[in-house]
Design a protein around this ligand. Structure first.
Ligand code: GDP
Ligand code: IMO
Ligand code: MG
Length: 436
């Protein structure tokens, strides 16, 4: 009988910023390969070690473990300027990843006109504002689908680089008009080559690399970016990002088969946040929401925008657990709820006619008027910050967590009680026990 795969996926279950970076960093010590498979520098993954915080956007969060090989898969978008800056920042901290990095030759490149188009749509007269990160993500994925994208492998053929870029560039120029002040194609091409020069040797066949690593018996950690409710198919469309951030994107974004995956951890905060526009029935537009934002430091890692905050939303999380086949939750930031007199849990939704919803609405129109059903629990006065054992949790927190697990239809595999590596614990009896 074949052994079940040791490979593990870490995926967001809400609207992003759940704390995926912390969990990936924490688990990386047990894995030889850490892979990003979708998204671009719209992601901001924060890793905190001994109180020092490092924000990673495109470099996999296994970077801080010198034994980890880092892979940027084919489903990822790269902004080369930002990527170089990230590598330089890591270098300044004494972390050199260049010898343990491989970027897929199929990964697409974010170009200046993609960013200009994204910002044009979001700015001024835009009628379809999503509240994007303004990083050119949508247009870069659109160009990929329109077969006008430029891939990392194209950088190895500088003589055809301008020809690859021209069709997409011309379309954006027509749309934005002469006032857009885009850099010339020549300038873009030479800048790309300058940024790419030190990386050329690190561009290759990541699919074969990962398959070979598996054949050698190495374990792979898959690092999701964004989250299920931002997934272009399974999220709150159109208020989503432009990639499949749930489980399917892992396979298309690496070229590995479903047989290469063992367990799936779905990461969620003990409450809910969202950046940007779109439905969020759990949102608290009052002092409680403000308190979650202040205590949880809910300001975007990438754009600094304040995050919308609310109680834990079981309907969306359950949808995400089911979509991803999550085996367990990484439940983060419980400590942020310390000291609340009462804490809430959104257990269900009713539509504008007062009817109970049994599944999430698919259309933006159907989300209008959706109201949360909130169950309140007694809060806990004893702090959970830094708690490292189940027995040390206040009993009120246990009652809340038991209800949360039941409503989300998944057990907690890891509970996080602070940003640092040692703040939290693997839930006894679950599959992460002994791994953290
Ligand atoms: P990601 O995008 O999913 O990786 O999440 P972000 O890094 O954007 O946002 C999560 C934030 O919460 C980061 O600043 C983390 O350092 C922080 N964080 C993670 N886990 C905990 C926790 O258990 N408690 C607290 N207070 N902060 C946490
Ligand atoms: P991580 O990986 C939170 C949101 C944006 C916007 C929508 C579309 O750190 O969890 P885009 O720029 O992708 O076209 O924006 O998606 N968004 C995120 N929100 N965390 C992220 O990444 C996000 N990446 C995109 O705010 O609502
Ligand atoms: Mg983030």
């Amino acid at each position: 009988m074949t052994q079940p795969s040791r490979n593990l996926a870490i995926l967001g279950l809400q609207w992003g910023d759940e704390g995926k970076g912390k969990l990936v960093d924490l688990l990386s010590a047990r894995f030889q390969q850490v892979v990003r498979f979708q998204g671009g520098n719209n992601a901001g993954h924060t890793v905190v070690v001994n109180g020092q915080s490092i924000a990673l956007h495109q470099v996999p969060s296994g970077a801080l473990h010198p034994e980890c090989f880092l892979v940027v898969g084919s489903g990822v978008l790269l902004n080369l300027e930002v990527f170089r800056q990230e590598l330089d920042r890591l270098l300044q901290r004494g972390i050199d990843v260049t010898d343990r990095l491989l970027i897929s030759e199929k990964a697409h490149i974010i170009l200046p006109h993609h960013i200009a188009l994204d910002q044009w749509r979001e700015g001024g007269a835009g009628v379809n504002k999503i509240g994007t990160t303004g990083r050119g993500i949508g247009p870069a994925y659109e160009m990929k689908a329109a077969r006008m994208g430029v891939r990392m492998g194209d950088l190895k053929h500088p003589e055809t680089l301008m020809d690859r870029m021209r069709p997409g560039y011309n379309e954006v120029c027509i749309l934005l008009g002469p006032d857009a002040a885009l850099p010339s194609l020549e300038a873009i091409a030479s800048q790309l080559q300058a940024w790419a020069q030190p990386l050329l040797a690190r561009i290759g066949d990541t699919q074969a690399h990962l398959m070979n690593a598996e054949a050698r018996g190495e374990a792979i950690l898959f690092e999701g970016a964004q989250a299920t409710l931002l997934d272009i198919d399974h999220g709150t469309y159109p208020f989503v990002t432009s990639s499949n951030c749930s489980i399917g994107g892992l396979f298309t974004g690496t070229g590995l088969s479903p047989k290469s995956l063992g367990k799936v951890i779905g990461v969620a905060k003990a409450y809910t946040t969202r950046v940007g526009a779109g439905p969020m029935p759990s949102e608290l537009l009052d002092a409680t929401g403000d308190r979650l934002r202040e205590v949880g430091r809910e300001f975007g890692t990438t754009t600094g925008r304040p995050r919308r905050c609310g109680w834990f939303d079981a309907p969306i999380t359950r949808h995400a657990v089911r979509t991803n086949g999550a085996d367990g939750l990484g439940l983060m930031k419980l400590d942020v709820m310390d000291g609340f007199e009462e804490v809430g849990l959104v257990t269900g939704y009713r539509n504008s006619h007062g009817e109970v919803l049994t599944s999430l609405p698919s259309c933006a129109q159907d989300w209008l008027g959706v109201k949360p059903e909130v169950r309140m629990f007694k809060g806990w006065s004893q702090a959970t910050r830094g708690v490292r054992a189940l027995a040390d949790l206040p009993k009120e927190a246990r009652v809340y967590l038991d209800a949360l697990m039941e409503a989300a239809e998944a057990p907690i595999a890891y509970l996080s009680t602070g940003p640092d590596r040692d703040e939290g614990f693997a839930w006894p009896g679950l599959f992460l026990e002994g791994m953290i």
